[in-house]
Design a protein around this ligand. Structure first.
Ligand code: IPE
Ligand code: IPE
Ligand code: MG
Ligand code: MG
Length: 294
């Protein structure tokens, strides 16, 4: 029987060690910048995107080794998005992963620059890895750049901020969730397949899995912001309603949001049915996405 808890612990350990080895030391000049980068990267995140990347490599039929650098690149880039997301000019949050946010500890300018440096570092690492055939060698860099850019995460963040205080439509929240969160989750899955040279058939099936999962992940985040406890989540709750954020819950209500997240997880699972590889971790991660308490 597959044990998700021990799988997650094992993978978190693997990702944490690889990040620790790859990141500049705290003492490296400029020390304040490297301290800020390490503070946020090692603050206790779930490592969901790197774990998903490794699990996708497993499902594509090869070992996880070749997906490890892409996996840590995803976490570096994800951490940059969180540091910037918490800044006073964005969501203005003071708590993340049960710790004061990066700008609270290091000041706004250093937090901004730590985010910039993590974004850059993600591509420095990824630039050392060539995708194997049937993919062009630069495909991993392209996947991450497209997911993170103006038509991906950043585009989603822009519309998320612009929608604050307005009455959002279902279409608008769909756009926001697909891009601010879904695109990086989709890239995590695709990069796991691409790094190991998985077939395009597997890539297409897993892209469908990831598109459903990415949206479900952000719907769960919205539900937890409305219903969860600050201690368990490690970040402030009730803030979306206070700031009139464009969330799934604001548009569809809590009950329908729960149902829709669960339907999306089911759809993600259906996308896995043609695969013959080791898909148990991906299945468990889909259920975890909508059942998690933090
Ligand atoms: C939080 O992501 C931001 C969203 C896109 C919802 P996670 O819930 O993965 O945060 P960490 O990395 O575990 O802190
Ligand atoms: C975060 O969305 C999305 C990105 C950081 C790209 P939210 O603002 O809803 O996430 P939390 O609740 O602060 O983690
Ligand atoms: Mg935000
Ligand atoms: Mg936020």
């Amino acid at each position: 029987m597959f044990d998700l808890q021990s799988y997650l612990e094992d993978r978190r350990g693997m990702v944490g060690r690889a990040l620790d080895e790859a990141m500049p030391l705290e003492t490296t000049r400029p020390a304040v910048l490297h301290r800020a980068m390490r503070y946020s990267v090692f603050a206790g995140g779930k490592r969901f995107r790197p774990i998903l990347c490794l699990a996708s490599a497993e499902a594509a039929g090869t070992g996880v080794e070749k997906a490890l650098v892409p996996a840590i690149s995803l976490e570096a880039l994800h951490t940059y998005t969180l540091i910037h997301d918490d800044l006073p000019c964005m969501d203005d949050d003071v708590l993340r992963r049960n710790k004061p946010t990066c700008h609270v500890v290091f000041g706004e300018a250093n937090a901004l620059l730590a985010g910039d440096a993590l974004l850059t570092l993600a591509f420095e690492w990824l630039g050392t890895v060539q995708a194997p055939p049937p993919y062009p060698p630069c495909q991993l860099v392209l996947e991450l750049a497209q997911a993170a850019g103006s038509q991906g995460v950043i585009g989603g963040q822009v519309e998320d901020l612009a929608a604050e205080g307005c009455q959002p439509s279902a279409d608008l929240v769909d756009y926001i969730h697909t891009h601010k969160t879904g695109d990086l989750i989709r890239a995590a899955v695709r990069m796991g397949v691409i790094a190991t040279g998985g077939s395009e058939e597997v890539l297409n099936a897993l892209s469908g899995y990831a598109a459903n999962l990415g949206k479900a992940f952000q719907i769960a985040d919205d539900i937890l912001n409305a219903t969860g406890g600050e201690k368990a989540l490690g970040k402030p709750t009730g803030t979306d309603a206070q700031r009139k954020k464009a969330t799934w819950v604001a548009v569809h209500g809590l009950d329908a949001s729960r149902r829709m997240a669960s339907d999306l997880a089911d759809r993600a699972l259906t996308c896995l049915s043609p695969l013959r590889g080791h898909t148990e971790p991906l299945r468990a991660l889909a259920r975890y996405t909508v059942e998690r308490a933090c």
